[in-house]
Design a protein around this ligand. Structure first.
Ligand code: MF3
Ligand code: CO
Ligand code: CO
Length: 296
């Protein structure tokens, strides 16, 4: 962040208290850190915009609202609930907390959250369909708060899961953990995908190819793309200040998919179950920090 630029979305004067809560003046705390140790872009890939300490405070706040929204949905989800009701919960809770639901009207998406049931891989559009006992359902929440974006999702059981539901949800959850474990400065984007693919395929599952993780924070989708498959050492090197999602979509059968006539809903071609977990992750000097932390 440069001194002569306004802090994106938050107005903080140089002599104001630092928004990180340290009690120090902004110019003596995060502003100084941001100026001294952070270049604004990735040293090799200038399209990748790095986040300053102030930006990270903003994305972390957006992320806390995303996680609280997922918690709200989790506490209410049950057989018989219509996916449109979930949309209303997410929309109202986001607005009440001064956020904006990023999906609403994004490239024509008509609702405030993606709700993806069973063989739906992602981008399910809420509507009259009701959840039933034994379903798995992914809820993908992206929230804009003070101009900053955070993006996370979770797959929930509705009522009592069967053995296939348990398996695919466990493998998807562990896939995200395997990806996060690879994040540290000096590792590459390809290392993340390699670890996820090796784990998920080792469990007899497949990794969706057509959707990837992405840079996030200033916008919904920024460079770089983060494939959940690939080769060690491929792609951009990870550097502190990068913020991106990891969001592996894991299928019980093959990875091929079909997009429905609504132009959004992605389903497995073979009708097999699909599950996903997503978090927004910051690359730190030591490794990584989730900006949408929930237990995995
Ligand atoms: N939240 C999704 C992601 O993880 C994107 C949803 S786009 C929408 O990238 F328009 F469907 F909301
Ligand atoms: Co995402
Ligand atoms: Co998402």
């Amino acid at each position: 962040m440069r001194v002569d630029q306004p802090v994106r979305g938050i107005k903080v004067g140089r002599n104001d208290p630092c928004p990180c809560g340290s009690g120090k003046k902004f110019k003596r705390c995060c502003l100084a850190t941001a100026e001294v140790v952070r270049p604004k872009v990735h040293p090799q890939k200038p399209k990748i915009r790095l986040k300053s300490a102030v930006d990270i405070v903003g994305i972390r706040r957006a992320g806390q609202l995303v996680v609280a929204t997922l918690d709200l949905v989790e506490s209410r989800i049950a057989p018989g609930i219509a996916t449109d009701e979930i949309n209303q919960w997410v929309h109202d809770y986001t607005i009440q907390n001064h956020g904006i639901p990023a999906p609403l009207n994004y490239r024509g998406f008509p609702k405030s959250v993606c709700v993806s049931i069973n063989e739906v891989i992602c981008h399910g559009i809420p509507g009259p369909q009701r959840l039933k006992d034994g379903d798995i359902v992914n809820i993908d929440v992206t929230t804009i708060l003070d101009g900053y974006y955070a993006d996370a999702n979770k797959t929930f059981f509705v009522g009592e899961p069967g053995p296939e539901a348990r398996k695919i949800v466990d493998v998807a959850r562990q896939s995200l953990k395997e990806g996060i474990a690879m994040i540290r400065p000096g590792h590459s984007v390809g290392d993340i995908g390699w670890a996820i693919q090796a784990y998920a395929e080792g469990q007899g599952c497949s990794v969706v190819r057509d959707f990837v993780g992405h840079g996030v924070g200033f916008d919904f989708h920024e460079p770089p793309q983060i494939p959940h498959f690939g080769q060690r050492g491929d792609g951009a090197r990870l550097v502190p200040g990068m913020v991106f999602t990891i969001e592996p979509m894991i299928n019980l059968g093959g990875y091929d998919l079909i997009i429905l006539d609504d132009q959004w809903t992605a389903v497995t071609k073979d009708g097999s179950l699909s599950a996903q977990f997503e978090q927004t992750i910051l690359v730190t000097e030591e490794g990584s920090e989730s900006l949408t932390p929930y237990p995995l």
